[in-house]
Design a protein around this ligand. Structure first.
Ligand SMILES: Nc1ncnc2c1ncn2[C@@H]1O[C@H](COP(=O)(O)OP(=O)(O)OP(=O)(O)O)[C@@H](O)[C@H]1O
Length: 223
């Protein structure tokens, strides 16, 4: 996926935030978008998913989980699954047995004991995971996740990554501040957003650059 000559400014400010920025996403593959707070990662994710109109002509279909969707606390996990996947699968009544045929084992293991639980009874991390794991079942070429592993225990992070690996035909863009996420993959592309430009690194080049670039060094040393 090639992004060519992106130029973007926030509607209410005159300054240009991205000025003729070009880069490629490894496609298919896992791309990590990193950078300091305020660098523009969420803004870029918004642009690539069409949430913020820009000069780019988007040629892909994307799914974007940038924050938890608000749900009534009385809604059950099975209702959330129906909401997210019912239309996608064309199922009017999505049961666990039917879901079993479609999702990876790690996702099923996580969802099964929670299936009848009410949303309001779940922990913050469980709510986030329910949405993430269900969203990962929706078939789109580009999957964009904004800090999916923040506040998630590492065993559940493994479940999330197993869900991603189960669909290796997709292109993922994952925003993270946690180098353990990057280290969990053998093959990846890191996009470092720094001073409104993007530098791309394959694994070996990334760890090499971390020896000389202070931000990357601190990122890698962070775990
Ligand atoms: N609607 C807006 N109008 C003007 N400036 C904005 C707007 N939204 C965000 N910004 C600014 O753009 C910059 C980038 O914000 P963004 O949320 O994309 O950063 P980020 O890299 O995702 O940060 P973090 O790691 O802290 O989540 C910030 O300085 C922010 O204040």
């Amino acid at each position: 996926m090639n992004i060519q000559h992106l130029t973007y400014g926030f509607p209410r400010t005159k300054a240009v935030f991205f000025d003729d920025v070009s880069f490629s996403l490894q496609s298919p593959g896992v791309n990590f978008l990193i950078g300091e707070n305020g660098a523009g990662k969420t803004t870029l994710a918004d642009i690539l998913t069409g949430s913020r109109p820009s000069n780019l002509a988007l040629t892909w279909q994307a799914i974007y989980l940038n924050q938890q969707l608000p749900m009534l606390s009385s809604v059950r996990v099975c209702d959330v699954a129906q909401l997210v996947l019912g239309i996608e699968y064309g199922e009017r009544h999505l049961t666990l047995a039917r879901l079993q045929k479609r999702v990876d084992a790690a996702t099923l293991t996580f969802l099964t004991p929670l299936w009848q639980q009410r949303y309001g009874q779940l922990s913050g991390g469980q709510r986030k995971l329910v949405q993430l794991l269900l969203f990962l079942q929706v078939d789109r070429q580009l999957v964009v996740l904004d800090e999916p592993t923040a506040a998630i225990d590492r065993q559940n992070v493994q479940r999330l990554f197993a869900g991603m690996r189960a669909h290796s035909e997709r292109t993922y863009l994952v925003i993270t501040h946690d180098s353990r996420d990057v280290a969990a993959f053998d093959a990846f592309n890191v996009l470092w957003l720094h001073q409104h430009r993007i530098k791309c690194y394959q694994p070996q080049a990334f760890y090499q650059a971390a020896q000389t670039e202070p931000f990357l060094g601190a990122f890698v040393a962070g775990h």
